[in-house]
Design a protein around this ligand. Structure first.
Ligand code: NAP
Length: 499
């Protein structure tokens, strides 16, 4: 930890950590509600979260942009149905600027430790650039903030470059190079077609094949954009339609028979349409139920493998040997660049050991048996702490921004209650947290993430419980977790202590 003797200290009413979709959205809504006494600590030098970090060629969102944006900051100018990542990043930058958040942002403020001081009734947050104190701490750090970067034997001596997809090296020369891509998830399927265009040779190390369905993408016309900008309710109507169309897909995740067959037909039909060679098709066919891993959307991924410069290696990268990347199958490939599209640390978040209660117990200790929270937002033993995008807030079938907005409204409900009652300490009861956990466990049963016969990042790697994804419809998340219920909490106020 940094030596902070003499470092600046700042006090605020609320400390928010993270300036991605959650932190920016929360900041905007706080200001709209007249609450301006907050800081947003951001470890990087700009806002945008995953959309700032993921700048690999081909990065885009697989939720339509009209829906993957705030309901309270509608954007009419998306270039296409599924906007490229750079546009989403600019949207967040614009929201932060126009929403009045710039004075609240502190960049380079990577939270090294956040500790609850019971006597002072405040969180003390240490970062390399200073210390912040506030009665309320709200984490808004996202599930896709910390890259899963596996280390392979022999990597130190490997002659080429190795980097993670979320740490893309803009100076990396791809043109004419021999490129390996490790993984076949959402990031890899966007990167591979771009590599296939530019590199002399591409090797994809596929540990598990992915279900891929057609990407119903197209540019928006000027007339459409004008309509979105000028016609009252036009964007809201599009969002509504997209939202409910996505909700219908939850039936697949519940493994409803007709729904799952329909989804599988679509994905396997797409593969059959795009890959004529039966051997290659078999190699690209998943061996688990559809939806167990994220269902991907692309019209370009499968055709990449029909190009002469692209090789599908159907085993994981095992190790490096000099200039070669060696697969678990034993096959060795001479490569110049290796891209690790190996995903993120979602189920065991690296921030958890750094958040500590008044007795030295960290959130990682509390989550020894996997992440859990009351209504996905508060943890017993951690007073005045709210987690946005924490346990069971991911979605496999709809826009996570809807979940984030639900949680923001919950936070506003907490703040209203504290204002109205004069309480300055709130803590969820263990029984309320346990009831939420039981509910999630019950809902998880029979979902494809648990029963689908695959290993995915939505479940805890140790307990096998579903801890990252919400196991129900998105609208049900809002019904279940979007409203603060004071009866689940114990409150205290200074007056009581002094009386
Ligand atoms: P991911 O879905 O977790 O995929 C990681 C891939 O790397 C998997 O194919 C995995 O294989 C493989 N892998 C991981 N560790 C490995 C190892 N040690 N050796 C060999 N292979 C390894 O990660 P992602 O593609 O970055 O996507 C993460 C999430 O980000 C997505 O689910 C999605 O929510 C989001 N995302 C969205 C978009 C979009 O909107 N278009 C784009 C990118 C990311 P196994 O499957 O065998 O584990």
């Amino acid at each position: 930890m940094s030596d902070l003797s003499g470092a600046p200290e700042e006090r605020a009413g609320i400390i928010i950590v993270g300036s991605g979709f959650s932190g920016i959205g929360l900041g905007i809504r706080l200001l709209e509600e007249g609450e301006s006494n907050f800081v947003i600590l951001e470890r990087a030098q700009d806002v945008g979260g995953t959309w700032r970090d993921n700048v690999y060629p081909g990065v885009a969102c697989d939720v339509p942009s009209l829906l993957y944006s705030y309901s309270f900051r509608p954007e009419s100018d998306w270039s296409r149905v599924f906007a490229p990542g750079g546009e989403i990043w600019r949207y967040l930058q614009t929201c932060a600027r126009e929403g009045g958040l710039l004075p609240h942002l502190r960049f380079g403020a990577d939270v090294e430790r956040a500790e609850w001081d019971e006597a002072a009734r405040e969180w003390i947050v240490r970062t390399p650039i200073g210390v912040w104190r506030a009665p309320i701490l709200i984490t808004a750090m996202g599930h896709l903030a910390d890259a899963n970067v596996p280390q392979f034997p022999g990597q130190e001596e490997f002659a080429g470059e190795v980097f993670h997809s979320a740490q893309w090296d803009p100076s990396a020369q791809i043109e004419g190079k021999r490129v390996g891509v490790v993984g076949a998830g959402a990031s890899a399927i966007q990167i591979v077609p771009r590599m296939a265009e530019a590199a002399s040779e591409v090797v994809v190390f596929q540990r598990s094949a992915a279900y891929v369905i057609p990407r119903e993408d197209r540019p928006y016309t000027d007339a459409e954009r004008r309509r979105f900008a000028r016609v009252p309710g036009a964007i809201a109507a599009e969002r509504e339609e997209m939202f409910w169309a996505n909700e219908a897909n939850f039936a697949q995740r519940r493994m409803v028979e007709g729904a799952i067959d329909q989804a599988k037909d679509l994905a396997l039909g797409h593969l059959a349409d795009q890959v004529a060679d039966p051997e290659l098709r078999a190699a690209l066919t998943p061996d688990y139920e559809i939806g167990c891993k994220r269902v991907l959307i692309s019209n370009e991924y499968f055709p990449s493998f029909t190009k002469p410069n692209v090789t599908l290696e159907t085993s994981a990268l095992s190790h490096f040997d000099g200039t070669h990347a060696v697969a678990a199958s034993g096959e060795a490939y001479e490569l110049d660049v290796v891209v690790l599209a190996t995903g993120f640390e979602a189920a065991r978040p690296p921030f958890a050991p750094r958040i500590v209660d008044g007795e030295g117990r960290s959130l990682a200790d509390a989550w020894e048996n996997g992440m859990r929270a009351h209504q996905s937002i508060t943890v017993a033993g951690f007073p005045n702490l709210l987690l946005i995008n924490g346990p069971n807030t991911g979605l496999g079938h709809n826009s996570v921004v809807f979940v984030i907005e639900s949680q923001i409204e919950y936070v506003l409900g907490v703040l209203r209650h504290l204002r109205e009652t004069g309480a300055d300490r709130f803590e969820v009861t263990s029984s309320a947290e346990a009831a939420s956990h039981e509910k999630v466990l019950g809902l998880s049963k029979g979902t494809v993430w648990i029963e689908g016969g695959c290993r995915n990042w939505y479940v805890d790697p140790i307990t096998g419980e579903l801890t990252v994804t919400w196991p129900d419809f998105a609208y049900a998340f809002r019904e279940e977790n979007g409203t603060f219920h004071p009866e689940d909490y114990v409150f205290a106020s200074r007056q009581e202590v002094l009386a």
